[in-house]
Design a protein around this ligand. Structure first.
Ligand SMILES: [Zn+2]
Ligand SMILES: [Zn+2]
Length: 137
C-alpha cells in the first residue's frame, strides 16, 4: 500500500486524499453495512482522522447506532449521497473510509472480516483473513 491515495464520490464533487499507512482494512458483514451499500458487505479502511483531507466538495453527516449499539457518524457527499466515511464516536481520532470510493482499489486486501454472523452465505472469507462473528474488542 502506498503512502497517499485519492478517492471521491459518484458525482465527482467530493474528492479526498488519505495519507500515511492505514491502520487496517476491514470487511463488515453487518446488516447495516448491507443496507447502506445495497450489497453484501461494507469495506472500511481504518485511518487516523488527521490522515484524511477533503480536497473538494461538501460533506454532510448523520448519526446512527452501530450494530453493537454504539454511535457512529456517517459522512456523505452533500450532492449525490455517496457514503465517504464513518466516524465511530467512541474511538477518538479514527475514521473508517468506505474503501470502495478510492480511485484505485486494486491493492486492497482486507485483513479482517467482522459480523460474519450476518454474512451472506455465498461470501467466502479467505483463510488468511481474521474473522469475527461480531464486533471484536
Ligand atoms: Zn457526490
Ligand atoms: Zn457493518
Amino acid at each position: 500500500m502506498s503512502d497517499s491515495r485519492d478517492g471521491g464520490c459518484q458525482c465527482g464533487n467530493v474528492r479526498y486524499r488519505v495519507r500515511g499507512a492505514p491502520l487496517t482494512l476491514a470487511v463488515c458483514h453487518c446488516k447495516q453495512c448491507q443496507r447502506q451499500s445495497g450489497s453484501a458487505f461494507g469495506m472500511s479502511l481504518v485511518i487516523r482522522r488527521d490522515d484524511f483531507e477533503l480536497l473538494t466538495g461538501e460533506l454532510r453527516d448523520f448519526s446512527r447506532s452501530s450494530e453493537s449499539g454504539r454511535s457512529l457518524r456517517c459522512t456523505f457527499c452533500a450532492d449525490c449521497g455517496t457514503r465517504i466515511y464513518h466516524e465511530p464516536t467512541y474511538l477518538e481520532g479514527v475514521v473508517n473510509v468506505k474503501a470502495g470510493t478510492l480511485d484505485d482499489t486494486s491493492s486492497l486486501e482486507p485483513a479482517l472480516h467482522i459480523w460474519t454472523t450476518s454474512k451472506q452465505s455465498w461470501v467466502a472469507v479467505p483463510d488468511r483473513a481474521k474473522s469475527f462473528e461480531r464486533q471484536p474488542g
